[in-house]
Design a protein around this ligand. Sequence first.
Ligand SMILES: NC(=O)c1ccc[n+]([C@@H]2O[C@H](COP(=O)([O-])OP(=O)(O)OC[C@H]3O[C@@H](n4cnc5c(N)ncnc54)[C@H](O)[C@@H]3O)[C@@H](O)[C@H]2O)c1
Length: 275
Amino acid sequence: MLTKETNLFDLGGKVAVISGGTGVLGFEVARYLLRQGAKVALLARNPDKLRQKVGILSTESEQCIGIVTDITDRIAVAAAAAQIIQEWDVPDILINAAGGNIPGAVIQPHQSLFDLSLTDFESVVHLNLQGTVIPSLVFAEGMQQKKRGSIINFSSMSVTRAITRVAGYSAGKAGMENFTRWMACELALRYGDGIRVNAIAPGFFIGEQNRRLLVNPDGQLTDRGQLIIQHTPMSRFGRPEELNGAIHFLSSDASSFVTGTVIPIDGGFGAFSGV
Ligand SMILES: NC(=O)c1ccc[n+]([C@@H]2O[C@H](COP(=O)([O-])OP(=O)(O)OC[C@H]3O[C@@H](n4cnc5c(N)ncnc54)[C@H](O)[C@@H]3O)[C@@H](O)[C@H]2O)c1
């Protein structure tokens, strides 16, 4: 029941897990959730990078741990979940931010359409689809017992708008968006209204993987970067901290009747016809 004191957005003491938490966007989300009083576990593959990022976050709050995990390895993810439960509790929030592209799954400018590497195509679909499916299944098991939890996936503009040359990544994210809706419905039908699954779809943010594609070493936009800005009514790239509002909303009780949705955070890219 709502009282005058109810803060729908309160995240104090919540346990959050962030895959890809050492990446540009995942790290920013981790910092934000720590500042909201949540406990945050980062899952990432590279131990050195993980140690470095957890070190930075520890200056914000002591409630941050890092666990070396490949999110496409179900056994490793289950071990990470067991460690988090032992340390704190079943997570309230799972943010599946790990993902990304593989150069071989992109048609390079000098290549023909028919040069596409099917092996790399499969790998990138695996990363972006299974890399969300596996942690979702593992962590939803605990959430199902508690009948509470919010899962937030990272989709992309490339699901609804064809982005030239980027074949495998787009297919992987499209499968993942479909899985978001499926998992949302299945969990609600079977376990009630306490567990929700949604996604955000960032537009274009400068990350580690796309920096070279969008910006030249001298700081000027590449041709592709310019095209994207022309197609973004707000005429700029997103800033990582601009994801935090939607992440906060979807993580908290403020979105208690929201499941199976995808929120674009794109400066108008998806809405614009280009004319
Ligand atoms: N940057 C953008 O413009 C943009 C736009 C739309 C969607 N996204 C999505 O947002 C998410 C974060 O993107 P970012 O820009 O921060 O990228 P990033 O490369 O900075 O971060 C991604 C992180 O995922 C990790 N990762 C990859 N495979 C992994 C695995 N198997 N196990 C564990 N960790 C793994 C990487 O090590 C990296 O730290 C990704 O899913 C990306 O596809 C990004």
